[in-house]
Design a protein around this ligand. Structure first.
Ligand SMILES: [Zn+2]
Length: 347
């Protein structure tokens, strides 16, 4: 096969093979037009950073967009609509048939929405998407690590357990690690494990210095929080010993191709290649696709174009996505069979 034909086949596979996405923030998926419409209806004024499209130049401005969206999206039907559209967009863009959503519940709770109503809205949207589009999803209650105390985190876990919906199955931490180191959340994560919740965490994210997001955060998240998978992980490359240990653990890292800061994108992708070479199990993710102005397809295509990876690596990463997902065993097996059929049909 010529190099051109190989590239075309890879692009076709990236667009069409069924995928799971495990690291995607609910709020980061909000279509700009949807935000404008909802903010108009709920009387929230949009700041310049999200008035005419999403335009933020820095991490604080990005957080301002996030905060504004949280204050605007408060009605149950709007919460449901955003979840539905997140799943619809993933499906249309790159055949994402399973998308797990980090829901920053506190962003809505701070705006006066009861915890249960946030989840009622989100799960209603997911169930509608399941019925009409055939896609699946799970919710991770993602706590704002910078502003949440150890005690508050335990309370959120209790509320999540009381909510008692199988779709709301995970606990995660969002935000800057330096502002909320993993050890603060040990009691919350241990309670989550006892109560049967699944656990993930942003660790070693390269939006911060190595001192603020050190490789050791992987070890703490593994041993103290007993996380089952990890988001980002780029700063791990600063410590070859911990990197090798993570590879021996068979840990799954949900890496993200793009970031809110354009200047950091090349170094991020270079670190992803080091992670892959070290033997880590990776999945490819969009994080905040609408707000970054990227699609899942872009995330795969850019990463694969730059690394020279081919169909073999693509299949491995797509399979990692379903294997590390929190689907039931039956759902997981059915999805992996679809992946197998799609790759077989390509060849
Ligand atoms: Zn994230």
């Amino acid at each position: 096969m010529t190099a051109d034909a190989e590239r075309a086949l890879l692009a076709q596979a990236i667009a069409t093979v069924p995928k799971a996405e495990l690291h995607c923030h609910y709020m980061g998926t909000v279509r700009h037009a949807t935000l404008v419409e909802i903010a108009g209806a709920t009387g929230i004024e949009l700041p310049p950073s999200c008035r005419d499209g999403y335009r933020f130049a820095s991490f604080p401005e990005f957080l301002e967009v996030f905060d504004t969206a949280g204050r605007a999206i408060t009605r149950e039907e709007d919460l449901a609509r955003v979840a539905y559209e997140a799943l619809e967009d993933g499906l249309n863009d790159a055949n994402v048939i399973h998308r797990e959503l980090h829901v920053e519940v506190q962003a809505h709770v701070r705006a006066g929405v009861p915890f249960r109503r946030v989840l009622d809205g989100v799960t209603a949207g997911i169930r509608r998407a399941h019925r009409t589009l055939g896609v699946t999803s799970r919710v991770l209650v993602a706590l704002d690590r910078g502003t949440t105390s150890a005690e508050e985190a335990v309370e959120f876990v209790k509320q999540t357990v009381d909510y008692g919906d199988e779709l709301v199955c995970g606990l995660a931490l969002s935000g800057a690690e330096g502002d909320g180191p993993p050890e603060r959340f040990a009691a919350a994560f241990q309670l989550a494990e006892r109560e049967g919740l699944r656990r993930a965490n942003h660790v070693c994210e390269d939006n911060q210095s190595i001192e603020r997001a050190p490789a050791a955060n992987y070890l703490t998240s593994r041993d103290l929080l007993r996380c089952e998978r990890y988001d980002h992980g780029n700063n791990l490359v600063s410590d070859p010993e911990v990197l090798a240990e993570a590879a021996r653990d068979g840990a799954v890292f949900n890496v993200v191709t793009f970031t809110s800061a354009e200047g950091r994108r090349a170094s991020r992708r270079a670190s992803i290649r080091v992670m892959k070479d070290a033997g880590l199990r990776l999945t490819v993710n969009s994080d905040d696709p609408a707000m970054f102005g990227v699609t899942v397809r872009d995330c795969y295509q850019t990463l694969f174009d730059e690394s020279g990876w081919g169909l073999h690596e693509l299949r491995e990463m797509i399979e990692n996505g379903f294997e590390a997902s929190w689907l039931s065993e039956t759902e997981r097996r059915a999805a992996l069979a679809r992946v197998d059929a799609a790759f077989t049909a390509l060849a």
